[in-house]
Design a protein around this ligand. Structure first.
Ligand SMILES: C[S@@+](CC[C@H](N)C(=O)[O-])C[C@H]1O[C@@H](n2cnc3c(N)ncnc32)[C@H](O)[C@@H]1O
Length: 236
């Protein structure tokens, strides 16, 4: 029976053999600062946008009637053939595209049952009270209305001088957050990404530097983006 310390020594030896037989060549990634601090915008399109656009595109039929988007009507203009009216919300009154200046967590000027669809991409991490925003979105959706949300999972933090960045999300936290307001059966949550895409995204590489086959591998342990499609019950 080997003593505790000789067992430890054997395990340490095995680990060293593993490192020696399967060495990792970090190459140009052996650095403590990212390759780009622009999230990939200076090299192409950011990796997270691959998943965000794919999600919105695959749900494009939901962008119909009166649609709400935050900051600018990027995805509604691109994919919302069925949109008949577009509202742009921002808490920043200096945004010239904003038709509604309000905090998502409290929109007293917006009547209940206003929107057919709300497209809220990469915004909820900036709201400390995420639950209040989800309740407000539920309130302002028409019965049968649809909420399309994307939130960051594995992602660098936004500089505080740009905006306080409070949260990162998982599929489990989104299931609870949205399920508690819309009802569990009304909510579909998916995560997108894998370890290679996560490393590339953290380094600020662009999606053009990976292949579609690499980007499309889905490993739920490495979610770059979590997406939520929530439908307000007709009776609500
Ligand atoms: C990074 S942009 C994301 C929106 C854009 N649709 C996108 O996909 O990139 C974040 C926007 O959310 C706005 N914002 C941040 N906190 C907010 C809040 N509490 N209520 C409403 N808008 C907010 C910011 O002013 C900014 O215009």
């Amino acid at each position: 029976m080997p003593s505790g310390s000789s067992r430890e020594t054997r395990e340490a030896f095995r680990r060293r053999i593993r490192r020696t037989l399967r060495p990792t060549w970090l190459g140009s990634l052996r650095r403590t600062t990212p390759i780009s601090t622009e999230c990939g915008y200076d090299r192409g399109r950011p990796v997270d946008r691959y998943y965000i656009e794919r999600f919105i595109q695959s749900n494009r039929a939901d962008l119909r009637g009166r649609v709400l988007e935050v900051k600018e009507p990027l995805y509604t203009e691109r994919y919302g053939d069925g949109a008949t009216a577009i509202d742009v919300l921002d808490k920043d009154g200096g945004n010239p595209r904003a038709t509604i200046v309000a905090d998502l967590a409290g929109m007293p000027g917006v009547a209940s049952h206003t929107f057919d669809c709300c497209v809220i991409t990469q915004t909820l991490q900036y709201l400390f009270d995420v639950g209040a925003a989800i309740r407000e979105l539920h309130r302002t959706l028409k019965p049968g209305g649809i909420l399309l949300v994307t939130v960051p999972g594995i992602c660098r933090v936004c500089p505080v001088k740009v905006a306080p960045d409070y949260w990162r999300f998982t599929a489990s936290s989104c299931e609870r957050l949205f399920g508690d307001v819309f009802g569990e059966r009304q909510v579909t949550v998916e995560s997108h990404g894998n370890v290679l895409a996560s490393v590339a995204f953290l380094e600020g590489l662009a999606q053009e530097e990976l292949t579609h086959a690499e980007l499309d591998v889905n490993d739920p342990l490495y979610p770059i983006v979590v997406t939520v499609r929530a439908v307000k019950e007709l009776a609500a």
